[in-house]
Design a protein around this ligand. Structure first.
Ligand SMILES: [Zn+2]
Length: 199
């Protein structure tokens, strides 16, 4: 019995895999040759169910209407930012959110890079669909625009994480020591952050 939203696709692939799509549906891709292997199917679907249970415990970003903005986990109204401008536009909204995140995160990135005595080259905010919060290389720091929606401590943690990469490229023990030096509560905050689902 499968009690969760799912879809099974039989394909001529080598391996079976299960994933959750943006709508929270578990998509099973199963090699055609295993179609009538009941033992395999039962076990595989159980794995999918575990995946779904983990997913259900997660927190989706609060949904907003056109004239609302979700900033630092608080719903604010369009008029708080655009006084008399009633004309709603997705682009204007995005621009505003970028500005807000840039201003806030810059404060922290500056602070952390000062503490490390390592300058960064640039800080930019980009809209990313991938399930990650940042995407930086070398001394350029790029943050995911969706961070703007989260409580501020997560932005602080991501800033510390990215600044630690200014001195340590990989996620080695050394790296996490640097993160801890900048942001002592990182372990707890990092763990909590996994509950959020990106759109
Ligand atoms: Zn990293």
């Amino acid at each position: 019995m499968i009690n969760f939203p799912h879809e099974i696709i039989y394909k001529n692939t080598r391996n079976a895999y299960a994933r959750i799509n943006r709508d929270g549906i578990v998509i099973f891709t199963i090699p055609t040759r295993l179609k009538s292997n009941e033992k395999f199917l039962t076990e595989f679907l159980e794995r999918g169910e575990k995946l779904y249970q983990r997913y259900s415990k997660k927190e989706k970003l609060k949904s907003t209407t056109d004239d609302e903005l979700l900033i630092f986990w608080e719903k604010l109204s369009w008029s708080d930012f655009f006084d008399n401008d009633k004309s709603y536009s997705k682009a204007t909204k995005e621009k505003k959110l970028k500005e807000i995140l840039l201003e806030y995160s810059k404060e922290w990135v500056d602070k952390f890079s000062d503490e490390l005595c390592v300058p960064y080259k640039s800080l930019a905010i980009r809209k990313m669909r991938a399930r990650r919060w940042q995407c930086s290389s070398k001394q350029d720091i790029v943050l995911n625009l969706q961070l703007v929606h989260l409580p501020q401590k997560y932005i602080q943690y991501v800033a510390a994480h990215e600044c630690a990469h200014l001195v340590q490229k990989n996620h080695s023990d050394k790296f996490w020591k640097v993160v801890e030096g900048l942001y002592p509560k990182y372990k707890e905050v990092r763990k909590e952050m996994r509950k959020f689902i990106l759109e």
